[in-house]
Design a protein around this ligand. Structure first.
Ligand code: MN
Length: 230
C-alpha cells in the first residue's frame, strides 16, 4: 500500500492568541438582508436557506493586512459579498433561539466570493450552486475574534469598499434572520459542531471585481482586511 497522504486540518488565526481555531464546516445563509434579497429578485421574509463552502475554501488574511488573491477560473462575472461570520464553539441539535448565543465562540469578517455568471446558469437550470459559490479560495476571512472580546454582536456596521470607494454598507441588525435565529434554523437541519462557521449573508450593493481591484472589508468590532485581486 502506498503511504497515505497527510491532509492538514483547516485552521484560522484567533485575534490576540497563539492558538488557532480548527474549522469543521462552513455554512452560508442566502439572501439574509432585505435590500440584497430585493436586488437578487426576491422579496419578503422567505425561510432562511443554506449552502456550503468547503472548509479549505477559506483564505485567511490577518487583521489590518492586505493579501494577494488569485482571480478564479471560468468566470467573467466575479462578485464580492461582505458578511459577518459566526464561529461556533459548542455544537448542538435543535438549539433554541434563547440559548443560541451560548454556542457562539467568536466572529470574523469574511467575503462570500461568487462566480455570479456560473451561479446564474446553474439557477436557471435548477442545478446546484457549488461551482458558483464553493470554488477554491472563495472565502477570504479575517482572524476570529472571541465573543469575550466583542460581546454578542446584534448590531454593527459592515462595509466593503473597492479601490477606496464604498460599495456595500449594512448593519448586522438589518439581517432578515438574526444570528440566533440562523443558529436555531441550521441546528434543526444539521447537528452544529464546534468549529463550524456561518457566513450570515450580505447587504445590498454586490458587484463585480476584476484583476487589479482591491477589496477592503470592515466589520465593526470584528476587524478589517484587504484583498488584492491578482
Ligand atoms: Mn452570501
Amino acid at each position: 500500500m502506498q503511504p497515505l497522504p497527510i491532509v492538514a486540518p483547516v485552521t484560522l488565526p484567533i485575534q490576540g492568541a497563539d492558538q488557532r481555531f480548527a474549522v469543521h464546516r462552513v455554512y452560508c445563509v442566502g439572501r439574509n438582508y432585505a435590500d440584497h434579497a430585493k436586488e437578487m429578485g426576491a422579496s419578503g421574509r422567505e425561510p432562511p436557506f443554506f449552502f456550503f463552502k468547503p472548509a479549505d475554501a477559506l483564505f485567511e488574511v490577518g487583521h489590518g493586512e492586505s493579501r494577494d488573491w488569485p482571480y478564479p477560473s471560468l468566470t467573467q462575472d466575479l462578485h464580492y459579498e461582505v458578511e459577518l461570520v459566526v464561529a461556533i464553539g459548542r455544537g448542538g441539535k435543535n438549539i433554541a433561539q434563547d440559548q443560541a448565543a451560548h454556542h457562539i465562540w467568536g466572529y470574523a469578517a469574511g467575503l462570500d466570493m461568487t462566480r455570479r455568471d456560473l451561479q446564474a446558469t446553474m439557477k436557471k437550470e435548477s442545478k446546484p450552486w457549488c461551482i458558483g459559490k464553493g470554488f477554491d479560495w472563495s472565502a477570504p476571512i479575517g482572524p476570529i475574534v472571541p465573543i469575550e472580546t466583542t460581546g454578542e454582536l446584534s448590531a454593527g456596521e459592515i462595509t466593503l469598499a473597492v479601490n477606496g470607494e464604498i460599495r456595500q454598507r449594512g448593519d448586522f441588525s438589518h439581517m432578515i434572520w438574526n444570528v440566533r435565529e440562523v443558529i436555531a434554523h441550521i441546528s434543526q437541519a444539521w447537528e452544529l459542531k464546534a468549529g463550524d462557521l456561518i457566513f450570515t449573508g450580505t447587504p445590498a450593493g454586490v458587484g463585480q471585481v476584476r484583476r487589479g481591484d482591491v477589496m477592503q472589508v470592515s466589520a465593526e468590532g470584528v476587524g478589517s482586511f484587504s484583498v488584492n485581486v491578482v
